[in-house]
Design a protein. Structure first.
Length: 281
């Protein structure tokens, strides 16, 4: 157990990832996506010819593009340049910046990471996952899951179509619990949608014969159970936050459903919630 002020003493350099993947503004969205999926990362930094940071692109950004263009019928990420979709407002910190300050920047700017820069060169990247690692190493024991969990959440059934999920994403939801018989079995995040084939986002029609009459119907496509992140564990609302964070890191999941004593879903705990704890306490 440590004092809450400890987060102001820990430096981002102690927890940031030193290996940072980069792309250029003229690379394609598909190229950036391949780099992220191949290396198991969720963001790449965009640099210009002088190796200066000019932007950042995340799986979340890519998924946002895919969902927005889902109904266009002409979706080709090989034709979309990174310069047209990247976030240009890159928040940078130095290696000596405290974890607390970095967390505050993430919450204030609604972002999932900050770039660590030293002598005008990229020195690393510090994410919400890293903040969870800090909290797991230096927890505040008295905080329970129910104290910080999100009580408003969206659920879908395992048989919900990709199109219904996309509709919810367009409404502003980017963390969705998948349930089966009212029990949580998976999580869908906006960034996870970026791993799907872009053809899955194009709502197509298929022809079929009914007797001697040729008819057409909308192709169903993927169901929630096909692309959700499967989870085999939940967290009870009365348990310590550290246990939830430990599960998130151990199983490499973006969030964890929270249940009450009857097993009913009562909330959701995510990396963002942990970041708020580190930033505000």
């Amino acid at each position: 157990m440590i004092s809450q002020g400890k987060y102001s003493q820990i430096k981002v350099a102690d927890y940031s990832s030193k290996e940072v993947f980069v792309v250029t503004p003229n690379d394609t969205l598909n190229y950036a996506r391949k780099i992220m999926l191949k290396n198991g990362i969720s963001r790449v930094v965009v640099i210009n010819e002088e190796n200066k940071i000019v932007g950042i692109i995340t799986l979340r950004d890519i998924a946002s593009v895919l969902t927005k263009l889902a109904s266009s019928g002409e979706l080709d990420t090989n034709l979309i340049l990174i310069r047209n979709v990247m976030s240009k407002n890159v928040i940078k910190v130095n290696p000596n910046t405290s974890v607390k300050e970095a967390a505050l920047l993430m919450i204030k700017n609604k972002i999932g990471s900050v770039v660590v820069e030293e002598n005008e060169e990229i020195a690393g990247i510090f994410t919400k996952t890293d903040i969870c690692r800090v909290f797991n190493d230096y927890p505040i024991e008295e905080i329970k899951v129910k104290n910080v969990m999100q009580k408003k959440f969206i659920t879908v059934n395992i048989l919900t179509s990709l199109w219904k999920v996309i509709e919810k994403v367009k409404e502003g939801e980017d963390l969705i619990i998948v349930e089966d018989n009212k029990k949580p079995v998976g999580i869908i995040t906006l960034s996870m949608l970026a791993s799907l084939d872009e053809r899955d986002f194009i709502k197509g029609k298929v022809d079929y014969l009914r007797g001697s009459v040729n008819q057409e119907k909308i192709k169903i496509g993927n169901l929630a159970r096909d692309f959700m992140f499967k989870i085999d564990t939940v967290i009870f609302e009365e348990e310590r936050l550290q246990k939830a964070v430990n599960y998130i890191l151990k199983f490499n999941i973006p969030a964890l459903p929270v249940v009450d004593g009857t097993g009913s879903i009562v909330g959701l705990i995510s990396k963002t919630d942990v970041t708020k704890v580190v930033a505000l306490l």
